[in-house]
Design a protein around this ligand. Structure first.
Ligand SMILES: [Zn+2]
Length: 203
C-alpha cells in the first residue's frame, strides 16, 4: 500500500505516518505522482532522503529491474573477460590460453594437479628452474623441455602408470577427459612421492 493511501486512512498505526499527518494541515494537499524521475518535487524529496541517510555514498539509480541489472553485469563481465583473454598484447596466462583459447563459465578445474598441468606451474624441472627452486633434469635423459607433459605422456619412467593417456593426446584432451585427467592426477602424485627416481640433481 502506498504511503499516500495509508495517510488517507482514519487510524493509521504506523508511527511515521502519524507524524506526517500531524505535520500536514489543510494548506498542504497530497497527490500521488506517476513516476519519480523528472518531477521537481520528487527529485527534491529524493535528494533530502539521500542527505538524511547515513550512507557514505548516494544510492545508485537503477533504470531497470534488479534481475536485468544482474544479467547485464554478467554480460559485461563476460565481454571484458573475453577481450582481455584474447588480447594479443596480454602476456599473462598464455600457456593456459594455448590450451583454452575461449572463455567459459562452465569450465571448472578443482584439482590442484590439473591446475598445475593447465597453468604450467607443475612439479617438473623447468618449473623448479624458472622459480629458482632447484636445478634438476629427468633421469631418463629423453627430454629437453623438462616439463610436466613429458612424464605425463612420454617418459619411460612413468609408462607403467599410463593406460588411458596416449602420446598423441593434446593436453586439453588429457585435462578435460575424465579418465585421462584421473590418470594425470595419479601420475603427478606418483612423481611427487618418488621424486628422486624421476629427477636427478644437476651439478
Ligand atoms: Zn623421462
Amino acid at each position: 500500500m502506498s504511503t499516500l493511501k495509508v495517510l488517507q486512512k482514519h487510524q493509521p498505526k504506523n508511527n511515521v505516518v502519524e507524524e506526517v499527518r500531524a505535520l500536514v494541515d489543510e494548506t498542504v494537499s497530497l497527490h500521488w505522482v506517476k513516476a519519480h524521475i523528472g518531477i521537481a518535487g520528487n527529485e527534491a524529496a529524493d535528494k533530502s532522503a539521500k542527505e538524511a541517510s547515513k550512507k557514505p555514498t548516494t544510492d545508485i539509480h537503477l533504470p531497470l529491474p534488479e534481475r536485468s541489472f544482474k544479467t547485464q553485469c554478467k554480460q559485461h563481465l563476460m565481454v571484458h573477460w573475453k577481450s582481455t583473454w584474447e588480447d594479443e598484447k596480454n602476456t599473462k596466462g598464455r600457456f593456459t590460453y594455448s590450451i583454452f583459447p575461449e572463455v567459459s563459465r562452465s569450465r571448472c578445474i578443482d584439482s590442484r594437479s590439473i591446475t598445475q598441468a593447465a597453468t604450467n606451474h607443475g612439479f617438473c624441472p623447468s618449473y623448479f628452474r624458472r622459480f629458482n627452486i632447484k636445478a634438476c633434469t629427468f633421469r631418463c635423459g629423453e627430454d629437453s623441455s623438462d616439463d610436466l607433459q613429458h612424464y605425463a605422456q612420454f617418459c619411460p619412467l612413468t609408462s607403467h602408470l599410463r593406460n588411458k593417456i596416449r602420446s598423441t593426446h593434446s593436453l586439453r584432451h588429457i585435462i578435460t577427459n575424465r579418465d585421462t585427467s584421473k590418470e594425470l592426477i595419479a601420475i603427478l602424485n606418483y612423481v611427487q612421492e618418488n621424486e628422486g627416481e624421476i629427477f636427478q640433481q644437476e651439478d
